[in-house]
Design a protein around this ligand. Structure first.
Ligand SMILES: *Cc1c(COP(=O)(O)O)cnc(C)c1O
Length: 413
């Protein structure tokens, strides 16, 4: 998140100029104060319940960020065995990690069992294989699909009828049969209906559907509502009202615990809500290019570094941090990748000159974790701003990184 201070843009009290001079561009910069603010907003909203926040590390996987979450008291939500391994390396205890894979092999799930993490299963066939192998020895969580259409973009909505995620609520009777026959211990129920849910009532409706499914499972210890919280991307954008959700859902959850006859843990696994706003992506303007149709600003990055605009049609607010208070003009900001690579059409930016630094807001979630080497470009560096100091937390790649896993055949040398 950028702030204007004495006519200089800063991140967490550090001048953006200093960051760009120290680390060059393009860079991802993360401000830990924003992470803390978001984490505390969430924990405060659900303070009346026994609440656990597990950070969805696919959004941002730098080990220092994971350790920062550990310090704040969070757990970890992982979707692959590799994320589990990184989480353990970051210092999380196995029981603090939930593993929610989709369409992975039984071998991968066995590796997660060996790692000792909480397993979350989203397929009846896997549930049956798991129960046959482990019976009651390893507890499992079940991911349901509540068939609630929610979320901003079909690619990030996971609770709808055409989705590959979760076990349908209409199959719960079958799940119960498997669980009882194999004497399995189901310790949690989970749902994750997708990202960008703004309507608190949709969330509550999905929650009620989840509560209904608890009738099939008598030994539950936790309910995991996944995520889907939306943060503002544009000025005046919609976002999830966390206080309202906290009040309504906590009340409903506590009532439910009474009905169920046991105090359960309430958990969430946000990615975007916790880290989207902490991140700023800084790039340099290489060229201005006037065409017959537009004034293009070409920067030293592209969809290889920040794919969300091209992939999800996502809006990232862009600021020309080199010219605070300058006259506003209309630009289309594009990357250097050799295919259509647009960050934003028709943006009002304070007058841009070649060499200026542009800042992309909300770049903390699904920014660097989705970066690639397309066009043989190096992936960017990552910088953390923490308590008034800045630290390099991932080096920019170099030519050796690009070639590291290529096998050079003698025949072609
Ligand atoms: C991606 C994902 C999340 C985080 O979603 P956000 O929209 O970033 O909050 C949580 N849980 C699971 C299982 C996920 O796959």
């Amino acid at each position: 998140m950028i702030q204007l201070h004495n006519n200089h843009y800063q991140i967490g009290g550090i001048d953006i100029d200093t960051l760009c001079k120290t680390y060059d561009t393009p860079i991802y910069v993360y401000d830990t104060a924003i992470i803390k603010r978001q984490y505390e907003t969430l924990t405060k909203a659900f303070a009346s319940c026994n609440t656990r926040i597990k950070f969805a590390c696919k959004a941002l996987n730098n080990i220092n960020i994971l350790r920062y979450f550990k310090q704040l008291g969070a757990g970890l939500d992982t979707v692959s065995i590799q994320e589990v391994w990184v989480g353990l390396k970051a210092g999380f205890e196995p029981h603090e990690i939930i593993y929610t894979p989709n369409c992975v092999s039984m071998e991968e799930i066995e590796l997660a069992v060996q790692a000792g993490v909480q397993i979350n299963i989203d397929n009846l066939s896997v549930l049956e294989q798991f129960g046959t192998k482990y019976g009651s020895t390893i507890p499992v969580c079940i991911r349901i699909n509540p068939h609630v259409m929610a979320g901003g973009n079909i690619n990030i909505s996971t609770g709808h009828i055409d989705s590959k995620f979760g076990i349908s609520i209409y199959q719960m009777r079958h799940a119960e049969r498997i669980v009882n026959s194999l004497k399995m211990h189901v310790n949690g129920l989970h749902m994750h209906t997708g990202s960008d849910i703004v309507d608190v009532d949709i969330f509550l409706r999905a929650a009620d559907i989840l509560f209904e499914q608890t009738q099939y499972f008598k030994d539950l210890e936790f309910i995991d509502f996944g995520s889907g919280f939306k943060v503002p991307y544009k000025p005046d954008d919609y976002y999830t009202d966390m206080q309202e959700l906290g009040e309504k859902l906590s009340k409903r959850f506590l009532e439910f615990c009474k009905e169920y006859g046991r105090d359960l843990q309430l958990s969430f696994e946000p990615g975007k809500f916790l880290v989207s706003q902490c991140g700023t992506f800084l790039v340099k303007v290489n060229v201005l290019k006037q065409t017959t149709a537009a004034m293009f600003v070409g920067v030293d990055s592209g969809l290889n570094h920040l794919i969300r605009p091209m992939f999800y049609n996502a809006y990232h607010h862009i600021t020309n941090v080199s010219n605070p208070g300058g006259k506003e003009r209309i630009y289309t900001v594009v990357g250097y990748i050799c295919e259509t690579d647009t960050f934003g059409w028709d943006r009002k930016l304070s007058e841009v000159h070649e060499g200026d630094i542009l800042a992309f807001s909300n770049a903390g979630a699904y920014g660097n974790t989705m970066a690639s080497n397309y066009n043989s470009r190096f992936r960017p560096a990552e910088v953390m701003v923490h308590e008034g100091k800045h630290y390099l937390i991932r080096k920019r790649e170099n030519i050796d990184d690009l070639l590291r896993n290529q096998v050079e055949l003698e025949e072609f040398k």
